[in-house]
Design a protein around this ligand. Structure first.
Ligand SMILES: *Cc1c(COP(=O)(O)O)cnc(C)c1O
Length: 446
């Protein structure tokens, strides 16, 4: 074992994290030009491990986007808490395949514990099954597969055996502003857009209950806890009642928004979410663990297991919980290690505190930008802020200059017929000072 190599790698990681708050958020043009050094022909001969690591740091580190530094507000992106980076480094050294107890008793036990903790923290039904996946996209896919399997089973149709050819149709009821990963996952599963009823939304992107279609027991209803731009929540309590009366399946797309359940101040937003059959959540956003980490929750463990069923003579299941029975893959890293570390370190109160702090930052930012003459286009209910200047041209110009300025980074979107700058505050590392620097950067960019 090359101890000095691993020491050096740890040192480089520590130095990177020590400087990330001070550097530009977006990389410099010189750093981006430097990436050309990676464009080599396929190596015929090998290179020493030290040189490999050195090149990665010299060329790669400066070309990273400083998403962990506290002033990255693009998409919806968390920053990795130091304790989760540390735990993940150890998990990488362990290199456990987390899918079976017999392959990794420790990973399996940490998954089992985190399953219980996550269900408790999010206020979901005791005993729900949790599958540890790469992302909310994969969590949605997995949950839709479970819903499809169960709705068809109730219609005496075994989708594993018979596929979708000639199957009774499943109707999908979804917001007309559902996250883009929803139609994609539905498409993978043969539930195309023509079979989706798109529910109109109000000005905040919430499904309109007055425009909600009739449901039946062959319907999958997908609601959003946390609209990707406005941060709004569908009226889940009312929808849940209709779903229950119809015998339909309710899924909550809650990548970041479901974490509001951890906070007494914001819990009201997720009211009704606990009545669903399945949920998709990210850990790499609000829980601030390293990429890539999300989880699917399913009320009925046997349904998820049936939908993900895989059998081969060489697979040795345990008498208890095996993670592979709850996800679509047969090899994966021990994602639960970092999740366990985050929850153990923060506790329920620490997680709630991150949610509350980032939401307070969002309000401060919205007020500061309004005072600076910008318009805030959404009702800032959580951690998302949509900002516009007088014209689309001004808005996009400000966004470009903010991105180029390097103080912070925000993306753009369209809201109604207007261009908007999209700010998402999800990182444990963001401070009040970061917000004030961001307001100044917007002012200067005008
Ligand atoms: C981020 C996000 C997703 C997709 O999650 P990934 O982890 O990026 O796959 C889905 N829905 C919402 C609301 C999100 O914010």
């Amino acid at each position: 074992m090359d101890e000095s190599l691993l020491q050096r790698s740890a040192r480089l990681g520590i130095d990177y994290l020590a400087s990330v708050r001070e550097r530009r958020v977006s990389p410099t043009d010189a750093a981006l030009d430097g990436l050309a050094r990676f464009e080599e022909a396929t190596p015929e001969q090998g290179t020493g491990a030290d040189a490999v690591l050195a090149m990665l740091d010299e060329v790669g580190s400066p070309a990273t986007v400083a998403t962990t530094g506290g002033r990255y507000f693009g998409f919806v992106v968390g920053g990795a808490l130091p304790v989760t980076v540390a735990a993940d480094w150890l998990a990488t050294a362990w290199d456990q395949n987390a899918v079976l107890e017999v392959l990794s008793p420790v990973a399996n036990r940490l998954e089992t514990v985190c399953e219980r903790w996550l269900v408790d923290l999010l206020g979901l039904p005791v005993g729900s099954a949790v599958g540890f996946v790469s992302s909310a996209s994969e969590a949605n896919f997995t949950a839709f597969a479970a819903a499809r399997h169960e709705l068809l089973r109730r219609a005496d149709w075994d989708v594993y055996e018979r596929g979708l050819y000639g199957a009774p149709p499943i109707r999908v009821v979804v917001s007309e502003e559902a996250h883009s990963c929803v139609p994609r996952a539905l498409g993978f599963l043969g539930m195309g857009q023509q079979h989706c009823v798109k529910v109109p939304v109000d000005g905040e992107g919430r499904m309109r209950i007055d425009a909600f279609p009739e449901l039946d027991d062959r319907t999958l209803v997908i609601v959003q806890a946390g609209h990707v731009s406005t941060g709004s929540f569908d009226p889940m309590a009312e929808i849940a009642t209709r779903v229950r009366d119809a015998g339909a399946w309710l899924h909550v797309e809650g990548a970041y928004g479901l974490w509001a359940a951890t906070s007494a101040q914001y819990r009201h937003l997720v009211e009704g979410a606990e009545h669903a059959d399945s949920w998709a959540v990210d850990a790499h956003k609000y829980l601030n663990v390293p990429f890539d980490s999300g989880f699917v929750v399913c009320r009925d463990r046997s349904v998820l297991e049936a939908a993900m069923d895989t059998r081969a003579p060489y697979i040795q299941y345990s008498a208890g919980r095996d993670g592979s029975r709850l996800t679509p893959v047969l090899s994966r890293r021990a994602r639960a290690v970092a999740i366990w570390a985050a929850i153990k370190h923060l506790g329920r109160s620490g997680i709630a505190e991150i949610v509350e702090r980032t939401c307070a930052h969002a309000k401060r930012l919205a007020a500061g930008l309004e005072a600076a003459g910008f318009e805030v286009l959404n009702d800032v209910v959580l951690n998302q802020v949509l900002v516009a200047a007088a014209t689309d041209e001004d808005t996009l110009g400000v966004a470009r200059r903010v991105q180029e300025g390097g103080v912070c980074w925000c993306g753009t979107t369209r809201r109604g017929d207007r261009a908007a700058i999209r700010v998402s505050i999800c990182s444990w590392a963001t401070t009040t000072d970061d917000i004030d620097q961001t307001i100044d950067a917007f002012r200067a960019a005008r």
